[in-house]
Design a protein around this ligand. Structure first.
Ligand code: NAD
Length: 321
């Protein structure tokens, strides 16, 4: 039987409704949540994310502050900007948009953000609290994975409070942004959690771990890394990957760019269409899994709502200071 498609867009809308009520209540108490982005230089991805945060703040009814500075600004000046945002009562959350230019240390900037305004859990203090099982701001993308799993459980009549206990969860990816924190969130819910990564794959052991997982979370940034052979029959699959690929018109192979011929059949890719895909071979895996998130329309749709949730929490913390 084909898998249930876990509809991230619909879940995001549900959460948006819940948060709108919370926001209304905060505003009635005179509390106005606001996010500041910090961008240095003109990295394309960081600029795209900045625009997306501004749009999202508008949609959510949050205040937005743009701090965009030229490539040659000094590290000292960037830290001074962060310090002024830390003191600013209009700003509840600060989002550093990386990468920064080479002369600016990531950790120097992140360590200067107030731990109460660190809404995507970059600061080592907040990462430490996450590891201890008492996060103030569980990071947005890992939380989106958990939210999707919990809402799926509820829909299946499983109580998410103990639905993780006894479950085998395999996380593929061990980055500080997604893989490690989502592993902590699963472990904190008492799941038997395995974290596999590129070195697991290189030693030929990936399948050994993924095929025993009741819940498989994949965050590797590798299109089609997981196909039906890597998935247990009846597993729930959460695909975090977002990959822009060029689809070969001759053999349908995914390629990374249009400049080289197709890596499979050497066809010319100049006019080939591009597409956004995850890390999981959706068409294959949906025939074997019990449930699966699509890309787009899965984890990515819920991520912003988790950031919004943290922003409301930060606004409350600021008001209580
Ligand atoms: P990253 O490059 O920092 O880390 C990738 C991880 O995947 C590493 O830990 C690496 O060990 C592992 N990996 C790489 N190749 C592998 C292989 N062949 N086998 C097993 N593991 C392998 O990436 P990231 O920031 O963690 O992001 C991962 C993916 O999630 C990317 O596609 C990214 O675009 C996507 N992402 C999505 C959201 C969202 O909101 N949906 C947010 C952040 C990242």
């Amino acid at each position: 039987m084909a898998a249930k498609i876990i509809d991230g867009k619909a879940i995001a809308e549900e959460i948006r409704g819940e948060l709108a009520r919370e926001l209304e209540e905060l505003k009635s108490q005179g509390i106005e949540p606001g996010i500041a982005t910090l961008l240095v230089g003109d990295n394309f991805g960081a600029k795209m994310y900045r625009g997306a945060v501004e749009k999202f703040c508008g949609e959510m009814g949050f205040n937005y502050r743009e701090e965009t500075h030229p490539e040659d600004v000094s590290e000292q000046d960037v830290i001074a900007i962060v310090n002024s945002l830390n003191q600013d009562a209009q700003i509840s959350g600060i989002l550093p948009l990386r990468p920064f230019p080479e002369h600016i240390s990531d950790s120097a900037v992140i360590n200067s953000i107030s731990v109460d305004k660190d809404i995507d859990c970059f600061h080592p203090f907040n990462m430490g609290k996450l590891a201890l099982g008492e996060p103030t701001f569980p990071p947005a993308t890992p939380s989106a994975c958990i939210e999707l799993m919990e809402r799926y459980m509820t829909g299946e009549g499983i109580d998410p409070k103990d639905g993780f206990e006894g479950a085998e969860i395999c996380v593929v990816g061990h980055s500080n942004i997604v893989g490690k924190p989502v592993s902590f969130l699963c472990l904190n819910r008492n799941a038997t959690t395995t974290t596999a990564h590129v070195f697991t794959s290189q030693k030929g052991n990936l399948e050994k771990h993924t095929t025993t997982a009741d819940y498989l979370i994949v965050a590797a940034g590798v299109p089609n890394l997981v196909n039906a052979d890597q998935v247990k029959e009846g597993a729930v699959v959460i695909d975090v990957g977002i990959n822009r690929v060029i689809v070969c018109p001759e053999c349908q192979t995914y390629n990374r760019g249009k400049k080289s011929p197709c890596r499979q059949c050497a066809a010319d890719l100049t006019d080939a269409p591009s597409k956004t895909v995850g890390d999981v071979n959706f068409d294959q895996v949906k025939e074997k899994a019990k449930a699966i998130t699509p890309v787009p329309g899965g984890v990515g749709s819920v991520t912003n709502m988790m950031l919004a949730k943290n922003t409301l929490r930060a606004a409350r913390l600021l008001a209580e200071r």
